[in-house]
Design a binder for this molecule. Structure first.
Ligand code: MN
Length: 324
């Protein structure tokens, strides 16, 4: 997934800091992803109100889309730094290619985790077999100690899942409900898909030192008493010992539960880059535009344009913002 905003703002995201209060509702904004018919996605992170939940720093929710109408996902090669991409599908199939030479198919219920380290490039295209495309793409900020590491790609199937009382959970990162993902993380993280039966209520013990977000794919649901509509992200601050989920409908509901230790480093996000300073972002952009080796080359991508050019930088440096 690429940030295809024509004039993306540079966001200085301040980590850490306590937050006290109830569930905060983060509403999505619609962003055209690009491709032939500008497939729309609903973005809840980052936004002015909140930039990070743990190290989760980006959340796009899309579909279910009729690919015949939207054109599906067609994202040409583009770069990343300082982050991991988490691709998670509910329906459809995406072909991923990257500058490590990886070609992988992203399928529902399987985790595809790309670590940019100091630089990687990739393309993402929904396959011809896909009629309905439905999923999320999430980014995880890498801590300063690991963000200059070598790029990597991992595909994980057979993730731990369990039937809970009136719900099922599949854990792709971290630990929940006695389940533990085998996938290593750079900071303490949780990522799980939870399907709630009609009118089901579920009290999930969560790590009290972590903050959590509930991204609603199908709802509405309530999170610890606060109603969340489809595509909204409910933020549960540190200090909570449980996440109280309730399906408010007579149909199955589905959410992603994201969590992690509050990320205490200040980061600067612009376009597809995560860095630590304005100067670093400028250098990443120049390196991509000059087609230098930092990001490598994606082989086998058939579309046009051949690669996504970086948008212009904002004229002004934005001042760092505090967490609420
Ligand atoms: Mn991407």
């Amino acid at each position: 997934m690429s940030n295809l905003e024509a004039a993306p703002a540079e966001l200085a995201c301040r980590g850490g800091g306590p937050y006290t209060g109830g569930v905060e509702v983060l509403t999505a904004r619609d962003v055209p992803l690009g491709g032939p018919r500008a497939m729309p996605v609903r973005r809840t992170l980052p936004q002015r109100q909140r930039s990070l939940i743990g190290a989760w720093c980006f959340a796009d929710h899309y579909g279910p889309d009729d690919v015949a109408a939207t054109g599906g996902m067609v994202v040409a090669p583009h770069p990343h730094t300082g982050l991991q991409t988490v691709s998670w599908l509910f329906a459809g199939e995406i072909e991923h290619r990257d500058s490590l030479g990886t070609r992988a198919l992203v399928r529902p219920g399987e985790l595809n985790l790309m670590t940019s380290g100091h630089g990687i490039a990739h393309s993402e295209v929904s396959t011809d077999a896909t009629t309905v495309l439905h999923g999320v793409q999430l980014w995880v900020a890498l801590p300063d100690s690991d963000r200059h590491s070598a790029p990597a790609f991992g595909h994980y199937a057979g993730l731990p899942a369990a039937d809970l009382d009136g719900a099922t959970a599949r854990v792709f990162l971290g630990k929940l409900a006695g389940l533990e993902s085998p996938v290593p993380t750079y900071t303490p993280l949780l990522g799980a898909e939870i399907v709630l039966a009609a009118h089901a209520r579920l009290s999930l013990p969560v790590e009290p030192s972590h903050e959590h977000g509930v991204l609603v794919d199908a709802g509405p649901v309530s999170l610890s008493g606060t109603r969340l509509e489809r595509s909204e992200l409910g933020y549960l601050p540190p200090g909570s010992v449980t996440a109280e989920l309730a399906n408010l409908t007579g149909d199955p509901a589905r959410v992603l539960l994201l969590g992690g230790a509050p990320f205490t480093e200040d980061i600067v996000m612009w376009w597809n880059f995560v860095g630590r300073s304005h100067e670093e972002i400028v250098a990443f952009r120049e390196t991509w535009e000059a087609e230098l080796d930092q990001f490598g080359r994606v082989e086998g991508y058939q579309g046009t344009p051949r690669r996504i050019p970086a948008p212009p930088l904002p004229n002004a440096r934005l001042k760092p913002r505090s967490r609420p």
